[in-house]
Design a protein around this ligand. Structure first.
Ligand code: CS2
Ligand code: MN
Length: 366
């Protein structure tokens, strides 16, 4: 298990690499050039500068999250080939600097969607919250204006420049069905996977969060069946998944333990976090502790220990605790606690395994 921590960059994060070094067991930084617009090439110079900075703090920089996909590729517009060519360039440039896994997602317009960034939990901390009714009844344009006018919000997919164009984009998506989105994903992968494969890079798609359609937009990476369909698109070793327990697990019907059992070999990168789901389908993010939410984090870690999983793993969002001021979901403290829980489970399962193996070999000898 190769523990990593997501970091947004020197002038873009409240957390520093010096802070992250003090979390036990972290080997690598999950990074991105967040200021490069989706569709543009990540230049070698910019990549090299970031990778060197990360490495100078004793971390590897082998995982990128995310190289975002231009909407034209998802919609299947005539100009998509230009953006696909850029994506190939970016893959090559990243490979030159030791990147092994590129996380991406194929969600139209928005990345993860929540309705409150600071919902109180009973213990006095706050966390990201999703209220179904609000999303079902939302007027996107009004909401876009609210977000544009509030200065403290920068969510993935909700950047003011993009929201300003939201109406245009939504119109473009009006005729895009789930099947179209699958076709456009297949077209994209057909083009980029050979490049990724020949450069030793894995492309790892992140599931939709939440794993159902929002705002009438199609979403196609929602469950086990979708993951199987993804794998059926290409058997390239570069065609892989970013398993995310919190994204998939927000739908009770997704058995995340069963999913990880089936996909771990083809999921080089894992996001592990917990969510608590309410009767009405609303959900709130909780600490990583299994007992705090609906996701069986303990058993997910047991599955990983059973196969001696050696891929990359990171805690995902955390709560906001101890008065920390941070990006929504991406503070230092709760994610560090999450890492210690993952470390503890891993060590315990691994040592039980060793004891069992010793016991078996000693009974054979006697
Ligand atoms: C992340 C996603 O914060 C998160 O939940 O897991 O935003 C993720 O970075 C993207 O969907 C991957 O492209
Ligand atoms: Mn995730």
């Amino acid at each position: 298990m190769n523990i990593t921590f997501r970091w947004f960059g020197r002038d873009n994060d409240t957390v520093s690499l010096e802070d992250i070094r003090q979390i036990p067991g972290v080997k690598g930084i999950v990074w991105a050039l967040h200021k490069v617009p989706a569709g543009d090439v990540w230049t070698e110079e910019a990549i090299e500068e970031e990778v060197k900075y990360i490495q100078s703090h004793g971390f590897h920089a082998e995982v990128v999250e995310s190289v975002n996909i231009h909407e034209s590729i998802k919609i299947g517009n005539a100009d998509r080939d230009r953006y696909i060519a850029n994506y190939k360039e970016t893959i090559k440039n990243l490979a030159k600097h030791g990147v092994k896994v590129i996380c991406y997602n194929f969600m139209p317009v928005f990345d993860w969607v929540r309705t409150n960034m600071k919902e109180p939990l009973p213990d006095g901390s706050t966390a990201l919250f999703f209220e179904k009714k609000i999303v079902e009844n939302i007027n996107l344009q009004t909401m876009a204006n609210d977000v544009i006018n509030s200065s403290d919000l920068t969510l993935p997919g909700w950047e003011p420049e993009r929201l300003a164009k939201i109406e245009e984009l939504l119109e473009e998506y009006e005729s895009v069905t789930e099947d179209d989105l699958w076709d456009n994903l297949a077209y994209f992968l057909d083009e980029v996977l050979p490049v990724a494969e020949s450069h030793g890079v894995k492309l790892a798609i992140h599931p939709d969060d939440p794993p159902w359609s929002v705002f009438n937009l199609p979403r196609i990476m929602k469950n086990d069946a979708d993951i199987k369909r993804l794998y059926s698109l290409s058997d390239s070793p570069s065609n892989t998944l970013t398993f995310c327990s919190g994204a998939l697990g927000a739908n009770r019907e997704n058995d995340t333990v069963e999913i990880i059992k089936n996909v771990a070999e083809k999921a080089p990168f894992l996001h592990v976090r917990n969510v608590k789901i309410f009767e009405n389908g609303n959900f709130i993010e909780t600490s990583h502790l299994s007992a705090d939410g609906n996701i069986d984090i303990k058993n997910i870690m047991k599955q990983l220990s059973d196969i001696n999983y050696d891929g990359y793993i990171r805690p995902d969002h955390g709560r906001h605790i101890w008065n920390e001021v941070s990006r929504p979901g991406y503070g230092l403290y709760d994610r560090a606690l999450g890492i210690m829980y993952l470390n503890g489970l891993w060590d315990a399962f691994q040592s039980v395994k060793k004891e069992e193996a010793n016991y078996v070999s000693s009974t054979r000898e006697s």
